[in-house]
Unconditional design. Structure first.
Ligand SMILES: Nc1ncnc2c1ncn2[C@@H]1O[C@H](COP(=O)(O)OP(=O)(O)O)[C@@H](O)[C@H]1O
Ligand SMILES: CC(=O)OP(=O)(O)O
Ligand SMILES: [Mg+2]
Length: 435
């Protein structure tokens, strides 16, 4: 493929053609990308103009399948109105996407627009096959489907997103950007479990890692914040959202991450247990009489913070801690204890750490989590400055004191922008429309 000749300039009317193709009449490059991030019960979306990476619209559909579904749509292009909200049951992901398509159309940004170059999809599990963004065809769909058992909360929603988008725009490339892709650089000694090799290989049991688009974006942004090239810095990224994971990034390459075969391993999460003794599952089956499906549901949906204290939203947990609620305080302490263990472990894995970085909903917003996670880690060169830590901003920022040996920072993630860039890099140059 030839490089996109005019991706970053404003020259709409240039006669750029890909080598070997007959020039058509004056044509305009299609330069917009719609990104869909379909979660188990939500869809986040953004429409981006790739000439300047600006956002034209963004939104969220949450509580899909419940009576209290909500769609919040925010037009961001100049001249459009303010935020709009719809409430009431949205039955499934297909209905959610149709509602999103309607909202975009109301702003004159419809999915039928010839300006759209592609639709980019976050796909959580890509297994061993996908280490790069991939244009979806039937074979790719089949492989994503095959991986449903190892991403049961995520891949089915991702599939519905792709299938619905395909029906809405069968002519457009649908691009899958995989959460697992960034972690494919993990060395075997980090990726393999210490179980019988033949069994592991027969069933492709290994550590894949997730949230890779976020870990890649945030580690690169951190290098920028430090004024260095990614190849020069070692970073521990703590992606703390509803799902949460840590990664050790050495010179721009992931060398270890806390999630494994599935997004259940590692840190304590909103509803997931993270690390436990695997024998807990045998015990639950043999002694507590639970079925495998019940255990799966327990560990994925009824554990973590919600299992410990009944709440999975860190805002609510902090409010309860401040009121002296002991269950919430213990849940918070367990969450922090696990986080600290991973900071220590990845310090050992990397040898030299230039920055420890917090990102995603909890990491970007919860100052008490950041403060507690590095408290007592002065021997590792880690500290936060109380004042810097409480500054609220959407910008990447350093929160460690000037004197600290290692930088502690907050770097907001932008999975949608990263997915849009990767999508456009793959297909943008080929999408032109007749003027
Ligand atoms: N101001 C805040 N203080 C503490 N936690 C917050 C705040 N805002 C959001 N969060 C946390 O962020 C979580 C969502 O993070 P996000 O990265 O959006 O998750 P996901 O993408 O997995 O849905 C919420 O569940 C909540 O716990
Ligand atoms: C992989 C994963 O856990 O994703 P999320 O945080 O969106 O649930
Ligand atoms: Mg997320």
């Amino acid at each position: 493929m030839s490089p996109a000749a005019s991706r970053d300039d404003d020259d709409h009317d240039s006669m750029t053609t890909t080598e070997g193709r007959q020039p058509v009449t004056a044509h305009t490059p299609a330069t917009r990308v719609l990104v869909l991030n379909s979660g188990s019960s939500s869809v986040k979306y953004q429409l981006l103009e790739m000439r300047d990476s600006s956002r034209l619209a963004a939104g969220l559909v949450e509580r899909i399948g419940e009576e209290t579904s909500r769609l919040v749509h925010t037009p961001l292009a100049e001249g459009l109105g303010g935020k709009r909200e719809r409430t009431g049951r949205i039955a499934d992901h297909a209905a959610a996407l149709e509602a999103v398509a309607e909202e975009l159309a109301r702003d004159g940004l419809g999915i039928d627009s010839p300006d759209l170059a592609a639709i980019g999809h976050r796909v959580v599990h890509g297994g061993l096959k996908f280490s790069e963004p991939t244009v979806v065809d039937d074979a790719v769909l089949k492989e994503i489907e095959r991986l449903v058992p190892v991403a049961p909360l995520h891949n089915p929603a991702n599939l519905t997103g792709i299938r619905t988008a395909r029906q809405l725009r069968p002519d457009l490339p649908q691009v899958a950007v995989f959460d697992t892709a960034f972690h494919t650089t993990m060395p075997e000694h980090a990726a393999r479990y210490a179980i019988d090799t033949a069994t592991a290989d027969a069933h492709r049991i290994r550590r894949y890692g997730f949230h890779g688009t976020s870990h890649a974006y945030v580690s690169r942004k951190t290098a920028e914040l430090l004024g260095k090239d990614p190849s020069e810095v070692n970073v521990i990224v703590l992606h703390l959202g509803n799902g949460a994971s840590a990664s050790a990034v050495e010179g721009g390459r992931c060398v270890d991450t806390s999630m494994g075969l599935t997004p259940l391993e590692g840190l304590v999460m909103g509803t997931r247990s993270g690390d436990i003794d695997p024998a807990v599952t045998f015990h639950l089956k043999r002694v507590a009489g639970m079925s495998v499906d019940e255990i799966d549901e327990l560990l994925n949906k009824k554990s973590g913070l919600v299992g410990l204290c009944g709440d999975n939203d860190m805002r609510e947990i902090r409010r309860r801690v401040d009121e002296g609620d002991e269950r919430a305080a213990l849940a918070f302490d367990i969450y922090i204890h696990r986080l600290k263990k991973y900071i220590g472990a990845y310090t050992a894995v990397l040898g030299r750490v230039d920055a420890v970085v917090f990102t995603a909903g909890v990491g970007e917003n919860a100052a008490p989590v950041r403060e507690a996670a590095v408290a007592g880690l002065e021997s590792l060169g880690l500290a936060v400055d109380a004042e810097r830590n409480t500054v609220r901003s959407d910008e990447p920022r350093i929160i460690s004191p000037e004197s600290a040996g290692t930088v502690v920072a907050v770097v907001p993630t932008d999975e949608e922008l990263e997915i849009a860039r990767q999508t456009f890099a793959l297909v943008g140059e080929d999408r032109t429309i007749d003027a």
